[in-house]
Design a protein around this ligand. Sequence first.
Ligand code: MRU
Length: 350
Amino acid sequence: VIETPRAVRWHDGAVRIIDQTLLPGEFREIDLVTVDEIDEAIRSLRVRGAPAIGVAAALGLVASLATHLALPPQHLCTRLAEHAERLRAARPTAVNLGWAIDRLLARAARAARHAPAASRELWEALRDEALAILEEDRAMCRRIGEHGAGLLRPGATVLTHCNAGALATAGIGTALAPIYVALERGVRVRVLVTETRPLLQGARLTAWELGRAGVEVTVITDGMAAAVMRDPGVDLVLVGADRIAASGDVANKIGTYGLAIAARHHGVPFYVAAPSSTLDLSCATGAEIPIEQRLPDEVRSGLGRLTTPADAAVLNPAFDVTPAALIAGIITERGIVRPQDVGLTSAERS
Ligand code: MRU
């Protein structure tokens, strides 16, 4: 079994994360306890990737409440609600964040309804719920890997974008999970990784984690993707998702939509890998998915030095939406489904 980095975990009352802003130059783990620390870490992408931020927020709510156990249970619940709304606003596109927070709020509501629990009992119930979210995410990643590995032939070339690997989840990743499972089965593929401007998650994070696992990786700039799909050829595009609408439209890192168009033009199958916690059936189509707009300076000087005139007008949407029609399949923990069937139960699919 491949050892992958643990992006987020529970450690002695704190949320322990790998500070991803420092990678690949430095590997440093940091412990987060207060709601300010957790909010800052999510906003600044120290912890990032849709499933990982959901897990970090859930564990973060628990860690941040630990110093308030002297409060009566109703007041602890008020504090929980305040912290929850604070973290929910940290990043708007990845639905896993709100999904994980809502699970903790629902757990607190259940505990309060059944027995007027003491604050410590309530806190322990929340801690167990957050740990369950983490364990479920690990299990979903593994299942996604098992379902997706069958798409990979020995020697195939896979193109991926951004980082939907171990660093983006509590487990072995989503889009990278099939690559890890294939490797465990002795199937080696070559991976082309787009740099992923402006924050370089592909170049900094995906190249690092795949390289560490012994996968052959080639980094390309974002602008090269269409050309490499034509020559020397790409067998499959495999990306993650931040939110999937009921229609099967997929929000993912900016640049994903362009890759899907190029893949269609060159006849390359385009797959998305995501756990069910990334589905948002309350969004009928991708047009309803909120797209995070980040600060212009990430584009002007994201590489640490000014790369545009200091006052250049820039756009910086962090995500785009790929229409379902361009997607060959969505790899979920339940299997590979057509995008338009992603919201259906297995009984409803035919
Ligand atoms: O801005 P980021 O780095 O959080 O964006 C991450 C992505 O777009 C990932 O592809 C997505 O969250 C899926 S992660 C399993």
